[in-house]
Write a protein that binds this ligand. Structure first.
Ligand code: 5GP
Ligand code: MN
Length: 338
């Protein structure tokens, strides 16, 4: 974040403001953790702030301090709209183009507020007057911590905020193991623990919440996995019928895509999940090494993300999407095998 933007933000927050904080659609641990940490900070600083999520978020994140205050745009539509329309300032966190908020994009585009972006994804668009974009960061949560340091305000981090920030760093780094985990990430985590973040408890609340049906769905996903050894690729499909059979709940498929990468020699893993209600397949892409799934998702599946983790969608059936997907692989053989 350059000095001009930092000073503009300081000026903006120097008097009490009406603020809306927005995570991306289908928010994950980083999106919920970062918006909640910022929300606590702004509320404690005397601002009138609310978080408006485009839709619901998984049960394993509902314990987070303040999560019960988050407005769901789909369910609390009138209140959400008035929040956005009346805001002086709108913070958008953990995404960088307005297409990532689904049905909410129109109302954000016409909002009359100063936009502040805090995000670590590649290729940000330019809707925000104040931008803090850093693709080297592990997570938006690590950026919220860095921002508070830039503002000279780390002393105001409460244990609630520390728990929120820790959660987002933990989930976005695969518990501190993905390549974006730096020595700075570990230093931030250490400071968060000093401020009251309860690492073991957070780990337990996020990861030890399996239901029998989720484990059965995982079994189904692993059975469906197709391994293309030559292309060093593994992909999983889950149809709506399979999701229904195993009583799918939001968040149940979190992490399934990563199993492909645990196979020796596999560098590209994908999961295609049917969503009949939205008439799309939601796709997650993961890679190890230099093969950019951000580029792949952007180019072929109307998505994006990071070099090693990205998402996208398809309007076609599972069968047609798989045919299309596998037809693309030959042109990436060099990158996949390098
Ligand atoms: P996931 O596969 O876990 O949903 O997402 C992986 C990464 O890609 C996350 O950082 C997420 O924000 C991003 N992402 C997921 N879906 C999309 C999408 O449809 N468009 C873009 N631009 N990014 C996505
Ligand atoms: Mn993130």
């Amino acid at each position: 974040m350059n000095l001009e933007h930092l000073n503009a933000l300081k000026e903006l927050l120097s008097s009490s403001k009406k603020i809306a904080i927005i995570p991306h659609k289908n928010p994950d641990g980083d999106a919920i953790g970062s918006t909640l940490a910022l929300w606590h900070y702004l509320i404690n600083g005397g601002h009138n702030a609310s978080i408006v999520s485009p839709n619901d978020f998984p049960k394993f994140l509902k314990w987070m301090p303040g999560a019960d205050q988050i407005l769901n745009f789909e369910k609390e539509n009138t209140q959400s709209k008035s929040c956005i329309n009346n805001a002086d300032v709108i913070f958008t966190l953990d995404f960088n183009h307005l297409g990532r908020v689904g049905q909410m994009s129109g109302i954000l585009e016409s909002a009359n507020a100063t936009f502040v972006m805090i995000d670590h994804h590649q290729e940000p668009s330019d809707y925000a007057e104040i931008m803090y974009s850093d693709v080297t960061m592990s997570s938006t949560c690590e950026m919220v911590y860095s921002l508070l340091r830039k503002l000279g305000d780390t002393h105001s981090i409460t244990s609630e905020m520390a728990n929120c920030i820790y959660t987002g760093i933990m989930t976005d780094t695969g518990s501190f193991k993905f390549a974006a985990t730096t020595s700075n990430t570990h230093r931030v985590v250490a400071e968060l623990m000093d401020k009251g973040a309860e690492g073991t408890e957070i780990h337990h609340r996020i990861y030890d919440t399996n239901s029998p049906s989720r484990l059965h769905l995982l079994g189904c996903a692993l059975k469906n996995m197709v391994i293309l050894q030559e292309q060093q690729t593994a992909y999983i499909t889950l149809s709506q019928e399979e999701l229904d059979r195993y009583k799918y709940q939001k968040g149940d498929t979190e992490g399934f895509v990563n199993y492909g990468l645990t196979l020796d020699g596999i560098r590209f893993a994908v999961i295609f999940i049917e969503n009949k209600e939205e008439g799309i397949l939601k796709i997650s892409f993961r890679s190890v090494g230099d093969f950019s799934v951000n580029d792949f998702a952007r180019k072929h599946f109307n998505g994006g993300g990071h070099t090693n983790a990205a998402g996208g969608k398809s309007d076609d059936s599972i069968e047609d999407t798989i045919l299309y997907f596998t037809s693309l692989l030959p042109q990436y053989m060099n990158q996949l095998q390098s």
